[in-house]
Design a protein around this ligand. Structure first.
Ligand code: IMP
Ligand code: MG
Length: 176
């Protein structure tokens, strides 16, 4: 059991130290690619909020940050459909957009978001995902920057939740 949440036998798979090292590697690559493009980062709520904060914290070039929120009708660990809950507020047209997502599973959520954003004519659209969970990917989505790859399993921590629990954990844990 993790402190405060009753989830049996969580296994630490990425420690805070590992995550921060990986995030700074992604940050360097993104800085090289975008430092002269005034990128617009669009975080996918809620799961990406910790990742996005750590990612952008040390950038030293102009950028803007926005958020989008979709519901995936998560019944526990299963995703059943997608609905827009909160749209972005900064105009996307002509901007170099980077969508920042916490975890990509089937790809349905990201396809929905990328599809919506493309209709608004960004100058470019990149995707950065902390976790690429590969096993159930039925929908091809291009991930330009990936923190970690896993085959399967349900992860919590570092912003990721199971029924709103576990987002505050420093590391990323695998649960059954
Ligand atoms: P997809 O639409 O199947 O790619 O699912 C993506 C969404 O499902 C993510 O944005 C999360 O909200 C949720 N999700 C999928 N797998 C996990 C997981 O292992 N931990 C926490 N949330 C997950
Ligand atoms: Mg969730």
């Amino acid at each position: 059991m993790i402190e405060g949440i009753q989830i049996e036998n969580p296994i630490l798979i990425f420690s805070q130290e590992e995550i921060l090292i990986r995030v700074s590697e992604l940050r360097k690559r993104i800085a090289e690619d975008y430092c002269e493009r005034k990128p617009l980062f669009i975080g996918v709520l809620k799961g990406a909020f910790v990742f996005l904060a750590d990612l952008v914290r040390k950038f030293d070039f102009p950028l803007e940050i926005d958020f989008i929120r979709v519901s995936s009708y998560m019944g526990g660990m299963e995703s059943k459909g997608i609905e827009l809950i909160m749209d972005t507020s900064i105009p996307v047209e002509g901007r170099h957009v980077i969508v920042v997502d916490g975890i990509v599973d089937t790809g349905a959520t990201l396809r929905f978001i990328v599809g919506r954003l493309k209709l608004k004519n960004p100058a470019s659209l990149g995707v950065c995902a902390l976790i690429d969970k590969k096993e159930k990917r039925g929908i091809e989505v291009k991930l330009d920057y990936v923190g970690f790859e896993i085959e399967n399993g349900f992860l919590i921590g570092y912003g990721l939740d199971l029924n709103e629990r576990g987002r505050e954990l420093n590391g990323i844990y695998l649960i059954k």
